[in-house]
Design a protein. Structure first.
Ligand code: SAM
Length: 215
């Protein structure tokens, strides 16, 4: 089974239980598929925006960390205050072996997150907002746990964004209600350039609005 088939399998998960199982099964081969065979670009692309906005001492949540590929790139850029959450214990176990996160937890985006309000300086979410993965409602909790003026940086497939009204509506509504402000939508890139996968992604950056600005 190649990366395209494995991606299709996780995309076709019918519920969180199936999704978790599919990632638990994939955990051992995930990195070989993503970096060994496909030159996965998202971690570096997201890091470009983190480097632009977030200082090195900041506390960053890697939400949907997987095996820690994005966290590792940040760590190598001297971001060492990193926390990971993921729905899959199998993926988290791989991430734990990297020794780059101060804490790792099994938590589910779309449900209440077990962190205090205004806790993180920034959140990254790489490859997690997509077909049958984390829902757009997860943004509410990500905003709650991010400090005012902190950053939420995530990847989205433009095709998914265009056809998924939930994401467009939610992202716009959060802006209209002054929960966050849009900063940037990065250029389109092929996430797996060395494979037959034609997945295109963009990095979106928002800043959480401070309570004072919010009245
Ligand atoms: C495509 S992988 C990306 C992993 C990592 N961020 C990377 O870039 O390599 C998606 C990850 O999101 C996790 N995930 C999917 N839905 C989730 C949810 N609702 N809550 C938490 N994690 C989720 C999966 O278990 C998987 O590890």
């Amino acid at each position: 089974m190649g990366i395209k088939e494995r991606v299709d399998r996780v995309y076709s998960s019918n519920n969180n239980q199936e999704l978790t199982k599919n990632y638990d099964i994939w955990a051992d081969e995930y990195e070989q598929d993503l970096i060994g065979d496909s030159d996965y670009l998202s971690p570096e692309k997201v890091a470009d925006f983190v480097l632009k906005y977030v200082s090195k001492s900041c506390k960053i949540l890697d939400a949907g960390s997987g095996t820690g590929l994005a966290g590792k790139v940040l760590y190598d850029y001297d971001y060492t205050n990193l926390v990971a959450i993921d729905i899959s214990e199998g993926m988290l176990n791989k991430a734990r072996q990297k020794n780059i996160y101060t804490e790792l937890y099994k938590q589910v985006l779309g449900e209440t997150l077990d962190f205090p309000t205004n806790f993180f300086d920034a959140v990254i979410c790489v490859g997690v907002f997509t077909y049958n993965h984390a829902p757009s409602s997860a943004f509410d909790e990500l905003i709650r746990i991010t400090k005012p003026e902190g950053y939420i940086i995530f990847t989205l497939r433009p095709d998914f964004y265009e056809i998924n009204q939930y994401f467009q509506t939610k992202m716009t509504a959060l802006e209209s209600s002054s929960q966050w402000q849009f900063l940037e939508r990065g250029e389109k890139y092929y996430s797996h350039p060395n494979t037959n996968s034609d997945t295109i992604l963009e990095v979106w950056t928002y800043q959480v609005i401070s309570l004072m600005d919010n009245g």
